[in-house]
Ligand binder design. Structure first.
Ligand code: DX5
Ligand code: ZN
Length: 232
């Protein structure tokens, strides 16, 4: 299964509800909400109030990406506000195990993210326990950055680990995902695609941009397309 997760960081916040309905109509599978604390990343973004505001607007799962230094402090609040899954970064924890289990005890799905500088092998001990592994394809902190060229090799390596340790675990990519980079990621083995600028900044509008991205992903899935050329 593949999924498109529009990141609202790139949305016009004066029209947030309307834009979320548009991506839902375009076939988005979940909504990605980027939380930044000004410490783990050099930027501030949104908090639980945004999750709470969006909850009645859409039936799609709300996925919260916590780019924060102390995720344990916030998981319960986001869950209570309506988050369906909580993703936190491996870099801020000496042992991610207790927080993984705590998030699961709250009834939410659990994701573990790594920055571009963290070897994918660092995720290995936790893969059997998580629902999703997020391989950042830019340094987190800002939308609209260019996809890092080392990313496809990292995705391939992570896909191998996931297939060996927990094939049900999703492999998500986030950062610089657009119509040119999404087929590369799909063919490398990613199955969940976060996209902000390329969806909410698309001249054809977020609904059409979501539908187009979903079509390209479907045409480039790693399993079904081994050995064939990229369709864009
Ligand atoms: C980056 C965030 C991303 C970001 C992606 O720090 O985690 O989710 O919104 O934005 P684009 O798609 O514009 O690179
Ligand atoms: Zn994100």
């Amino acid at each position: 299964m593949t999924a498109i997760a529009p990141s609202i960081l790139a949305a016009d916040f004066s029209k947030l509800g309307e834009l979320v309905r548009e991506v839902e109509a375009g076939g988005a599978d979940r909504i990605h909400i980027d939380v930044m604390d000004g410490h783990f990343v050099p930027n501030l973004s949104m908090g639980p109030v945004v999750v709470k505001g969006l909850r009645p607007v859409t039936r799609l799962p709300l996925e919260v990406h916590l780019m924060v230094k102390d995720p344990a402090k916030f998981v319960e609040l986001f869950r209570k506000s309506g988050a369906d899954s909580l993703i936190f970064h491996l870099e801020v924890l000496s042992d991610a195990g207790p927080l993984i289990r705590h998030v699961r005890s709250l009834g939410a799905k659990v994701g573990l993210a790594i920055n571009p500088g963290t070897p994918v092998e660092c995720l290995e001990p936790y893969l059997p326990e998580v629902d999703l592994a997020l391989c950042m394809t830019v340094w987190p902190g800002f939308g609209g950055q260019a996809f890092l060229p080392e990313s496809p090799d990292r995705i391939v390596a992570l896909r191998k680990l996931i297939n060996r340790l927990n094939p049900k675990c999703e492999l998500e990519v986030d950062g610089g995902i657009d119509l040119a980079t999404v087929p590369i990621c799909a063919r490398a083995g990613a199955n969940v695609f976060v996209a902000g600028t390329s969806i909410f900044g698309s001249p054809s509008g977020p609904r059409e941009a979501t539908a187009t991205m979903a079509r390209i992903v479907a045409a480039n899935q790693a399993d079904s397309l081994a050995g064939s050329s990229v369709v864009a």
